[in-house]
Write a protein that binds this ligand. Structure first.
Ligand SMILES: Cc1cc2nc3c(=O)[nH]c(=O)nc-3n(C[C@H](O)[C@H](O)[C@H](O)COP(=O)(O)OP(=O)(O)OC[C@H]3O[C@@H](n4cnc5c(N)ncnc54)[C@H](O)[C@@H]3O)c2cc1C
Length: 405
């Protein structure tokens, strides 16, 4: 029996598992020809794109309801090492015992993590990168009214005006108002001279309008030098009293990418070929936030669900095909779109890599709600539905909406 091992039960990992099972079935190969195992440190698929919302504890889906029905074995353990020569992975189980998992084909889908800054008082920063971190911020906001009155009690400083910083900041004024009737203040601090620097000029007008409309103060060209429980100090010495500081800096691929021979890009992602095989590492594939796959000529994928899901489906099809001696399929995602939540102002949907605005305000917000509450959730419990959606040729509904916008 050939063994596929997938590291990571995020968006790329679960769809890699389903894609492999689907491809094995489609090839008419018996179940015992290719066994699929997924190892993840947790028990749930965490819906990371929703962690900026209130009540983040809800943003998860039990992995067993997706993997169980399609016959994928799940191992609850934290991977600590990958030996590509021996084709063996070492992991620590929940009780701290080391375990070894052998593979014929490995899919690294261990995702990414927020890069925290090396500034004084970094331990006082909140973030929305992981479920525990988002839950800690949520609990902290809700207990603010019980803390001693004083300057900065209901002030939140959000550091970084990228995609996540914008979603967090525009949501926060309304979130703070649910905990207090006192005046609230949200300050967005960005090191560069523009908001949404990585989003380009396309949606900037809408972003500025939303920041103004939701009452977010914007400080551009300002870096944070130090943080303490009572506020932040900017590089130019400006002091902002604030009991809450949320860091939204950059994301970097899992450290496990460093255990695999191969070239990595500036985000720590492994270079992969068009079939998502890691260049220079025999039998190893990568998908999602760990892979620098080419989305279209001249464009590498974004660290996003939009690209992690189709990468998962393609990589799953390819590991099964590889083991069964069948042709591999080249990675081909849907046309690129961005849907940015801008709080009570609405949202903005852009199409293409130039990010041309296609929908704004309520229309875009309705779409964002659909994405966040329906489309990013995988089907559960029913094997046929799961495997139907695991086909790498299926498109996301956003592709249709963007095409008709
Ligand atoms: C606040 C926020 C908002 C976002 N908004 C959007 C958005 O609007 N649209 C969009 O497309 N994307 C968005 N993203 C990005 C998106 O969430 C990621 O790109 C996506 O989750 C990547 O999927 P993945 O499967 O590669 O990794 P992940 O979802 O990170 O999953 C990785 C999995 O690997 C597991 N793992 C990691 N290390 C180990 C280990 N050593 N051992 C065992 N298991 C391990 C983790 O537990 C996790 O389950 C957002 C992210 C955040 C944080």
């Amino acid at each position: 029996m050939a063994k596929v091992l997938i590291i990571g039960g995020g968006f790329a990992g679960i769809w890699a598992a389903a894609g492999a099972v689907r491809a094995r079935r489609a090839a008419g190969a018996p179940d015992d020809t290719v066994a699929v195992t997924l190892v993840d440190a947790g028990d749930d698929l965490v819906i990371r794109p929703r962690l900026y919302e209130a009540g983040p504890e809800r943003m998860r889906v039990p992995l067993d309801r997706f993997l169980g029905p399609i016959g994928v074995r799940r191992v609850a353990a934290t991977v600590t090492d990958i030996d590509t020569a021996a084709r063996r992975v070492t992991a620590l189980t929940r009780d701290g015992a080391p375990t070894h998992l052998d593979y014929d084909r490995l899919v690294l889908a261990a995702g990414s993590r927020l890069v925290t800054p090396g500034i004084d008082g970094a331990q006082h920063l909140f973030d929305v990168d992981t479920l525990p971190a988002a839950a800690a911020l949520d609990a902290h906001l809700r207990q603010l009214p019980g803390t001693p009155a004083g300057e900065g009690r209901f002030t939140v400083v959000v550091v970084g005006a990228g995609f996540t910083g914008l979603e967090v900041a525009t949501e926060l004024t309304a979130r703070l108002r649910t905990v207090t009737d006192e005046p609230v203040r949200v300050v967005l601090v960005e090191r560069l001279a523009v908001v949404g620097p990585e989003l380009g000029p396309g949606p900037r007008l809408e972003i500025c309008s939303a920041l103004a409309g939701t009452g977010v103060e914007v400080l551009l060209g300002s870096g944070v030098a130090a943080v303490d429980p009572a506020g932040v100090t900017l590089g130019d010495g400006t002091r902002i009293p604030a009991r809450t500081v949320v860091w939204t800096g950059g994301m970097r691929a899992s450290v496990l990418t460093g255990r695999i021979p191969g070239t990595r890009d500036g985000l720590g992602r492994l270079e992969v070929d068009e079939h998502l095989r890691v260049r220079g590492a025999d039998g190893v594939y990568a998908a999602g936030d760990t892979a620098a796959a080419v989305a279209e000529p001249g464009h590498v994928v974004m660290q996003s669900c939009q690209h992690a899901v189709p990468q998962g489906k393609h990589v799953g099809a390819n590991v099964a095909a590889d083991l069964l001696g069948l042709p591999l399929v080249p990675f081909a995602p849907d046309p690129y779109v961005t849907c940015l939540d801008l709080g009570p102002w609405g949202a903005v949907l852009t199409t293409g890599w130039e990010r041309t605005v296609a929908l704004t305000r309520d229309e875009a917000k309705q779409l964002k709600r659909k994405i966040n509450s329906e489309w990013i959730y995988p089907p559960l419990d029913d094997a046929e539905t799961i495997l139907h959606h695991a086909d790498h040729r299926t498109t996301w509904p956003t592709a249709t909406v963007a095409g008709s916008a």
